[in-house]
Write a protein that binds this ligand. Structure first.
Ligand code: PEP
Length: 251
């Protein structure tokens, strides 16, 4: 994978005026960066329409941070894949560790969402990653294997080719504790190996595997130069146009 893909997860931040300011700043900052990297922004639901309007003539992709797997009905507070499509989303983050831990989403629920995203024409950014306790117990690869096989159950090879996988060690998210490039590369290589083994018809090299966890402009270059790191999923540093652009220019 030669083209890097950088996605910004805004989380529960940015009202409408702040969205307008941030998107305008990102568009301006990216004007001068021409390294072929793809940028995606994932604002909260309430800002998607505004973001779509501002981005529609730009190469910056639009994604949501979650969705429900049912089509419609009595699911108070939920948003469907079709709703995200209708507001112009191309991507949706699924299985983020905050969804897994705070909102108790299981691999089974995430799998239903991944399949619904595909059948609706959305491209999932499917997140996996171990906690600090799991890393210290030496079970990182077991955790990753379980999350991959659970979250991608019955996902076809053609669908996998349209899935971005984001490896985000939970202990590195929002903590400032970034995984070393070697630690990240080791897990990315494991994920790529899992794809080869379980999807022999897919060219595993073509699957985008992003790293996420305290990525900043000053650590991005080293992480992104690892052979199996194809991009980044960025939280904190995507809330300022300059730092998001700084990560993209590090590609
Ligand atoms: C994230 O929430 O996906 C993330 C990686 O956050 P941060 O960059 O702030 O660690």
């Amino acid at each position: 994978m030669s083209k890097k893909v950088i996605a910004g997860n805004w989380k529960m931040n940015m009202d409408i005026p702040e969205t307008v300011k941030l998107i305008s700043g990102i568009k301006e900052a990216l004007k001068n960066i021409n390294n072929g990297a793809e940028a995606i922004v994932c604002p909260p639901f309430t800002s998607l329409e505004t973001a779509y309007t501002l981005l529609k003539d730009s190469p910056i992709g639009l994604g949501a941070q979650n969705m429900y797997f049912e089509d419609s009905g009595a699911y108070t507070g939920e948003i469907s894949a079709a709703m995200l499509k209708s507001v112009g989303c191309r991507y949706v983050i699924l299985g983020h560790s905050e969804r897994r831990t705070i909102f108790k989403e299981s691999d089974e629920t995430i799998n239903k969402k991944v399949k619904k995203a595909h059948s609706s024409g959305l491209l999932p950014i499917f997140c996996i990653g171990e906690t600090l306790e799991e890393r210290e117990k030496g079970i990182t690869f077991d955790v990753i294997r379980t999350q991959l096989s659970g979250g991608l159950k019955d996902v076809s090879p053609a669908e996998l080719e349209k899935t971005i996988i984001a490896y985000e060690p939970v202990w590195a998210i929002g903590t400032g504790k970034v995984a070393t490039p070697e630690q990240a590369q080791e897990v990315h290589a494991f994920i790529r190996g899992w794809i080869k083994e379980n999807y022999p018809s897919v060219n595993a090299k073509e699957i985008v595997i992003q790293y996420g966890g305290s990525v900043k402009p000053d650590n991005a270059k080293e992480l992104l130069s690892q052979p199996d790191i194809d991009g980044a999923l960025v939280g904190g540093a995507c809330l300022k146009a300059d730092s998001f652009a700084g990560i993209i220019s590090a590609c």
